[in-house]
Design a binder for this molecule. Structure first.
Ligand code: HPA
Length: 245
């Protein structure tokens, strides 16, 4: 069973990963965000891919989600742990905290969001009632408890188009819709993984309060500081998670 980690903003490399090699994969959907990194993490073989490219140059709406997911599946991955920076909306979603969302609302548009559109033998509708894999979420929850990480164990992720941050009114609307978190990369990534039958779960790291939820403007310096704290915790989390797989 192959395990992969997709790293988001703030996690373009995994320090503890003993890299064995990097593999370029060409896909029918174009090029992934970069070569796939093969290595050993906490004693287990793991694949890693930086969602925005290893130099963090690909904005959320330009990520080739189909190529990334296809390439990982092609290399035998059937369990995919995503890490993603988000804005906090719900009261519990304080900057630098980690959350394991259990639901998604998709506000993105114009992205290549399905494998099921061309050359179909029949029209296919995946079941996406529960967008994240429950067994993988439980593993994350248990790993966080074991590592003593104060994580929020559920929440609804609102996926926005980006790359700009939201307006205050947009965040209010997301709040009314029931979103606890807001991010730009959760979709179509989760749906594409489901389409290819891969188990998928996300560790979201809160970088900032959503627009309008704090009196001062959102600063990149604050985002970077919170992400650094949060990603340190993600690394601890992986230290507990990976040996349990
Ligand atoms: N909105 C959307 N995506 C994000 C944010 C945000 O406030 N912070 C980090 N990713």
């Amino acid at each position: 069973m192959g395990v992969a980690i997709i790293g988001g903003t703030g996690l373009t490399t995994l320090e503890n990963l003993e890299i064995t090699h990097r593999e370029v994969v060409h896909t029918p959907y174009g090029e992934p965000s970069g070569p796939i990194t093969h290595g050993i993490l906490h004693g287990r073989e793991v694949l890693f891919l930086a969602r925005h490219g290893y130099g963090h140059t690909i904005p959320p709406h330009r990520v080739n989600y189909r190529a990334n997911i296809w390439a990982l599946q092609h290399l035998g991955v059937d369990r995919l742990f995503a890490v993603a920076a988000v804005g906090g909306i719900g009261n519990a979603m304080k900057p630098a905290r980690i959350a394991f969302p259990d639901q998604i609302i998709d506000y993105t548009w114009g992205r290549n969001h399905t494998f099921f559109e061309d050359d179909l033998a029949h029209v296919t509708h995946i079941d996406f009632t529960y967008p994240y894999d429950d067994a993988m979420r439980q593993l994350l929850i248990e790993a966080a408890r074991e590592a003593g990480i104060d994580a929020v164990e559920s929440g609804t992720y609102g996926a926005t188009q980006g790359p700009r941050l939201e307006t205050a009114a947009e965040i209010q609307r997301l709040q009314q819709d029931g979103c606890d978190l807001v991010g730009m990369t959760g979709m179509p990534e989760a749906a594409l993984a489901r389409e290819l039958g891969m188990a998928y779960a996300t560790s979201a790291v809160v970088a900032n309060w959503g627009a309008g939820l704090q009196p001062e403007p959102i600063s990149m310096a604050d985002i970077e500081r919170h992400l650094e704290d949060g990603m340190d915790r993600v690394k601890q989390l992986l230290g507990a998670l990976i040996p349990s797989l």
